[in-house]
Ligand binder design. Structure first.
Ligand code: PMP
Length: 394
């Protein structure tokens, strides 16, 4: 795969290995954003003039594109700021109205803080409780343990499709079947999955699916909440304001149907256009090809790093696009700083997954994550950099 030329912000010789935090943008996405502002710009859903009508068509075409990308229906796609907002929306509007004192939510040890804290906020409010599914020895969400933990009191399960730290891939269909077996709904956090594997919410049989545009080669500030139509229809509005209403009087306001009801205010119009271009970009390459490409890079990275004695690798062998590791006696921040001198950009820290760090028994990890633009030369640069770190720290 040779896509490096599509990414103007990646200079020659720079190994960008932080795609799990945010991906670089292809020229096609940058062009879509630029055109959105310098040629086509106008508001949506309100204008009677042609430019606004055209922009509204483009905005709604993007919604259809997202629906076809993940296998949902157009009226099931809610544009949000990102995965964080999507999860908060479901936590406040679905869990906040459906859960009662004594109900339970099931999460896993490896969740990102944005798939933990919103549930804590709502369970504290309604008097519900959270249970945590442990990991297997090879750092996957332990679905056998989950099967044993689920009870009729569990109303919701919320799990990452791909771990942002370990790269472990969830068998989301099995998780959905287990959740549905006790009558619970399931939300899948697809942030790290949509950029690296084909996703079909119908085949997964989940109830909610969220992701962020900026990890999918699109802009920041735009993301997607997909929810089953009957669940969205039954949910109250999230924020009040313009665009989300049917009729406003001081006596009573009635609301627009979903998804409009959840999109109060002027939306991130150009962000939506950029997201459309990003989906066209990844589907133009093919998610299966991207998955195979990143799997090969991960396999090579794991093989190279495992030859270095002081390196501990986390996550399963078949992790998707992401490798976390530690070097004995070296703080991950020092690894990141030294690698930066070698023009290798990795992430060091807790990756917004402090409970996972606790479970792994480390304060932080170093993480290399791959995207379509990475090559074996980047893995080579990473491995050489790590060897230099081990020499420096003797
Ligand atoms: N979930 C996962 C698995 C993530 O990797 C991230 C981003 N690191 C999020 C949720 C939150 O995404 P955002 O910050 O774009 O809302």
């Amino acid at each position: 795969m040779n896509t490096l030329a599509d990414f103007p912000a990646i200079p020659a010789g720079w190994a960008y290995l932080d795609t799990a935090a945010t991906s670089q943008k292809p020229q096609a996405v940058i062009d879509a954003i630029t055109r959105g502002y310098d040629r086509d710009y106008a508001t949506v859903h309100r204008g009677v003039y042609q430019r606004s009508a055209d922009m509204t068509l483009a905005y709604e075409a993007a919604r259809r594109r997202v629906a076809s990308f993940i296998g949902g229906r157009e009226d099931e796609i809610v544009f949000v700021r990102g995965a964080t907002e999507g999860i908060n929306l479901v936590a406040q509007n679905w869990a906040g109205t459906q859960l009662e004192a004594g109900d339970r939510i099931l999460l896993s040890t490896l969740e990102h803080h944005s798939n933990i804290v919103p549930w804590q906020m709502v369970t504290e409010r309604v008097g519900a409780a959270i249970d945590v599914v442990p990991l297997t020895a090879d750092h996957r969400i332990d679905l056998d343990a989950m099967a044993a933990m689920l009870t009729e009191r569990h109303k919701l399960v919320a799990l990452a499709h791909v771990s942002n730290v370990l790269g472990s891939v969830l068998d989301a269909r099995r998780a959905a079947d287990l959740a549905h077996g006790v009558g619970a709904k399931i939300l899948i956090d697809g942030c790290q999955a949509v950029p690296r594997m084909a996703v079909d919410v119908a085949a997964l049989d989940c109830d909610f699916y969220v992701f962020s545009g900026h990890k999918l080669y699109g802009p920041t500030g735009i993301g997607v909440l997909w929810g089953r139509a009957e669940l969205l229809d039954a949910m109250p509005p999230y924020q009040g304001g313009g665009s989300m209403i049917d009729r406003v009087t001081f006596a009573k306001t009635t609301y627009a149907p979903a998804p409009t009801r959840f999109e109060a205010g002027t939306p991130h119009i150009v962000g939506v256009l950029g997201l459309h271009a990003a989906i066209d970009y990844v589907e133009g390459i093919g998610l299966d090809r991207i998955h195979a490409h990143e799997t090969a890079l991960v396999a090579e990275a794991r093989a190279r790093l495992s030859q270095i004695n002081s390196v501990t690798l986390f996550g399963p062998e078949d992790s998707a696009g992401i490798v976390s590791f530690a070097i004995e006696g070296v703080h991950p921040h020092d690894i990141g700083t030294i690698l930066d001198e070698d023009r290798v950009a990795i992430r060091a820290g807790h990756h917004c997954a402090q409970p996972l760090m606790d479970a792994l028994g480390v304060p932080a990890t170093a993480r290399a994550s791959f995207g379509v633009y990475n090559t074996l030369a980047d893995v080579e640069a990473l491995a050489r950099g790590i060897e230099r770190v081990t020499r420096i720290f003797g």
